[in-house]
Design a protein around this ligand. Structure first.
Ligand SMILES: Cc1cc2nc3c(=O)[nH]c(=O)nc-3n(C[C@H](O)[C@H](O)[C@H](O)COP(=O)(O)OP(=O)(O)OC[C@H]3O[C@@H](n4cnc5c(N)ncnc54)[C@H](O)[C@@H]3O)c2cc1C
Length: 418
């Protein structure tokens, strides 16, 4: 049932995604007069698609090392205020038990994201908060007694309206998956109220695209453990992730590729020669792979690589990329091609042309710097009465439930303080 917005309220929360819903619940539990506004016709689209429709709510172990963006001590400060046990307890109190999977990720036992969304909207309703949508915000103006919020009725199809609020919580998210309504409009609102945003706002957790026709695209569908690194032109390693990678018709996906994508993008803004290097056998070294080839003179080259746990299709493709017959015996390999193959196995430099953009990204790197908010309240340091939480801030986590945990922690602080 659609609910219309009142003309004034105590706290207006702009954006009812994970962070905005959480902030609204805790603001409404403290006092009446909380209105959450969202431009989307359907609430919680991102929660519903998260974790392949199962919603990876958080991770067993969350610390600041799993995040990038504004400084890690600042991120730690926020995460500690509302931590994983408190998240688990909140969802349990709403009838959503979470289970831990082998990777440490926590999912609802129902394996259905819908239970997470229903728990949040139910908690907001019970706390007396109002959820109004579609009500897209066009602008927010600071006035003496608070804020005047203007509706973008041309975009949401409603009638012209304004809402006055004593406090505003800005929770409009970033730019990932823009069709859900998180299209970056919140940055313009934050800037209009005096905030800066980081010079770079780029996709995070985005699949990587390699040059058209590169041999890895012929291995589409293969998933394997890898170690991915970003190396600068100087050879310096600036990021490394060891996890599974999925090879696709366009390049790389899977957790390691998603985790490293924002680091590659960042490195390339200052160093166009920064590259992605793949170690196809994490745990092996150049020396150990070379020793294996030398130790099996009569075995086939590709066959020998498969005994090291390299999938056969990849072993053959690596040989062919080095112009080596996969069926040739190891003894027939001269030193130079052998060492080229060893390098290909342990440090293939992939010609990544970019990522698949915000449409396919799961998060946003960049946003409003944490230095512009008081971390004890998430209140803006430049616009009193304005609080910010969630992905609009310059914080992005790895794959594994860290981004939602950021939304819960920062949303809780903003909601309880506003
Ligand atoms: C496909 C996908 C899968 C993911 N899976 C996971 C996962 O399993 N675990 C995990 O931790 N993270 C996951 N994430 C990341 C996670 O969903 C986000 O980090 C998180 O939802 C951010 O919460 P938020 O509330 O800050 O922003 P959002 O969830 O983006 O919500 C922002 C809300 O603001 C509204 N809005 C924007 N502008 C306006 C405006 N002008 N007026 C009114 N409303 C507005 C939008 O409609 C939206 O509802 C996934 C992301 C994607 C895209």
């Amino acid at each position: 049932m659609s609910v219309s917005a009142p003309s004034s309220c105590r706290v207006a929360v702009i954006g009812a995604g994970a962070a905005g819903l959480f902030a609204s619940i805790f603001a409404a539990r403290k006092a009446r007069g909380v209105v959450a506004l969202d431009g989307a016709k359907t609430i919680g689209a991102k929660i519903l698609v998260a974790g392949g429709g199962r919603c990876n709510v958080t991770h067993d172990v969350v610390d600041e090392l799993q995040y990038a963006g504004s400084t890690r001590p600042a991120i730690r400060n926020v995460l500690r205020r509302f931590d994983v046990p408190q998240t688990v307890a909140f969802f349990a109190s709403r009838g959503v038990a979470l289970k831990r999977e082998e990777t440490g990720k926590l999912f609802p036992v129902t394996d259905e994201a819908r239970t997470v969304l229903d728990a949040l909207t139910g908690a907001l309703r019970e706390a007396g908060g109002l959820l109004v949508h579609p009500w897209r915000v066009a602008s927010v103006r600071r006035v003496d007694e608070g804020f005047i919020i203007e509706r973008d009725h041309a975009r949401d199809g409603g009638s012209p309206a304004t809402l006055t609020a004593s406090k505003v919580i800005l929770a409009t998210g970033g730019m990932a998956l823009p069709r859900t309504g998180s299209d970056g409009a919140g940055y313009a609102i934050a800037r209009s109220l005096g905030h800066a945003t980081t010079p770079l706002i780029v996709p995070a957790l985005a699949p990587l695209v390699v040059e058209k026709g590169h041999w890895i695209t012929s291995l589409s569908g293969l998933t394997l453990p890898t170690s991915l690194e970003v190396r600068l032109s100087s050879g310096k390693r600036v990021a490394r992730y060891e996890n599974s990678t999925l090879l696709t018709h366009f390049g790389l996906s899977g957790p390691a590729a998603l985790d490293i994508s924002r680091h590659l993008t960042h490195a390339r803004t200052t160093d166009s020669g920064a590259s992605l290097v793949v170690q196809w056998l994490p745990g092996s070294t150049r020396e150990s792979v070379d020793a294996a080839l030398l130790a099996s003179p009569r075995a086939g080259v590709a066959r020998t690589l498969t005994t090291l746990d390299l999938p056969e299709r990849l072993a053959r493709a690596l040989c062919e990329a080095c112009a080596i017959d996969p069926g040739a015996t190891c003894a027939s390999l001269h030193r130079t091609p052998r060492l080229a193959l060893v390098d290909a196995v342990t440090q293939t430099r992939l010609p990544v042309t970019g990522d698949r953009g915000f449409t396919f990204a799961e998060a946003t790197a960049g946003g409003v710097p944490l230095s512009e908010v008081d971390l004890a309240t998430m209140e803006s340091r430049v616009c009193p009465g304005l609080h910010l939480c969630g992905e609009i801030l310059d914080v992005d986590g790895r794959v594994g439930g860290y981004n939602f945990q950021w939304a819960w922690s920062s949303g809780w602080i903003a909601g309880t303080s506003a």
